[in-house]
Design a protein around this ligand. Structure first.
Ligand SMILES: [Mg+2]
Ligand SMILES: [Zn+2]
Length: 196
């Protein structure tokens, strides 16, 4: 340690790191589809635009974290995925919502595309995408929430140290979330009302 470095890295006076909502994409932010691969496959869930706008207005960072093993399986390319995520921006713009980041894991152990076949630290339930976003965007994971419809979302959120909200009405056997809501909009309003 150099003499001019502070002895306590977590000293006072630093700008506070932002809290975030980590959003699963498929069946959470957007309507369920089987391996969505075209921009037109992305349709926002009911009432999420206004809820996201309210969260953003309240200072939350909005970050999509999505497993996209369709890339490893050869259903779509990374370029096609990029085009889809531009479309997501277009869908949210009328609600004056701007995503702070979109993180996608293209990998899968059973992939057929060599570049994306194999284990990785980013496919949920691993917390790699959340850790990456927290580093890139200077987020406070302990004050953040993960919202998703599947056990892997809840497990990733818990592993990263966030609060978790499960969305949906299907039977569920995964790690227990902090809250369970029928719809994504309801979950987002619950996050908005939460206090840290
Ligand atoms: Mg999902
Ligand atoms: Zn990955």
């Amino acid at each position: 340690m150099r003499p001019d470095e502070p002895a306590t890295p977590a000293g006072t006076g630093r700008p506070q790191r932002r809290k975030a909502v980590f959003l699963d994409r498929d069946s959470t932010l957007t309507e369920p589809r089987h391996y969505p691969s075209r921009p037109g496959d992305l349709v926002l869930q009911p009432d999420v635009g206004a809820a996201l706008r309210a969260l953003q207005h309240a200072g939350w960072a909005l970050v999509v974290v999505t497993n996209q093993s369709g890339v490893a399986r050869g259903f779509l390319t990374m370029n096609a995925l990029e085009v889809m995520h531009e479309r997501l921006g277009v869908l949210l713009a009328p609600h004056r919502v701007h995503l702070d980041g979109i993180y996608a894991c293209p990998h899968h152990l059973d992939g057929t595309v060599p570049d994306y076949r194999g284990p990785c630290p980013c496919r949920k339930p691993a917390p790699g995408m959340l850790h990456r976003a927290a580093y890139d965007l200077e987020l406070d994971l302990t004050r953040s929430w993960t919202v998703g419809d599947s056990p892997c979302d809840i497990a990733a959120g818990r592993a990263a140290g966030t609060h978790t909200a499960l969305v949906g009405t299907r039977p569920y056997g995964g790690a227990l979330p902090d809250v369970h809501c029928a719809t994504t909009a309801e979950a987002l309003h619950t996050v908005l009302r939460s206090h840290d």
